[in-house]
Design a protein around this ligand. Sequence first.
Ligand code: SME
Length: 168
Amino acid sequence: MHAVGAATHAFAGKGELYQELAAEMDALLAGEGDGIANLANAAAVIFDRLPDLNWAGFYLLRGDVLVLGPFQGKVACTRIEVGKGVCGTAVTQRASMRVEDVHAFPGHIACDSASQSELVVPLMRDGRVFGVLDLDSPRLARFDSDDQAGCEALAAIISRHLAVTPPA
Ligand code: SME
């Protein structure tokens, strides 16, 4: 076990962290039917548990505009048009956007000047995008394919809990 290389060890550690986080997220959201309460706690647990983040939260689709939802971090822009920025591009492409250097992304919208890299994952319900999970980091290339897979799993859990009918 101690003979594994650093890279292998880091990979295993990250997988474990996302597995734990997924279980924690599922348990955290299961007891509550209110969407805002669940998005607020989801942002808090992600911001608390994932290292090297300066912003974690949600934008929700209202017509053709993404509107700021619950988040942790500095004050952010409240509206992003579909197709604009990293968030709006994730909506049009219906796919996660992993940006190693936000300054190299044409049209990136800078909310916090400390942000260097970004991961945006669409929230889907019945095959339609209804918002995004957005993570910013002050570290270049903070997010790798394991983070993308882990956050896509978290986004699926969050979307599922938002889709359930609140308990009476
Ligand atoms: N950088 C995002 C804007 C939202 S903030 O990062 C919180 C974008 O380009 O869409």
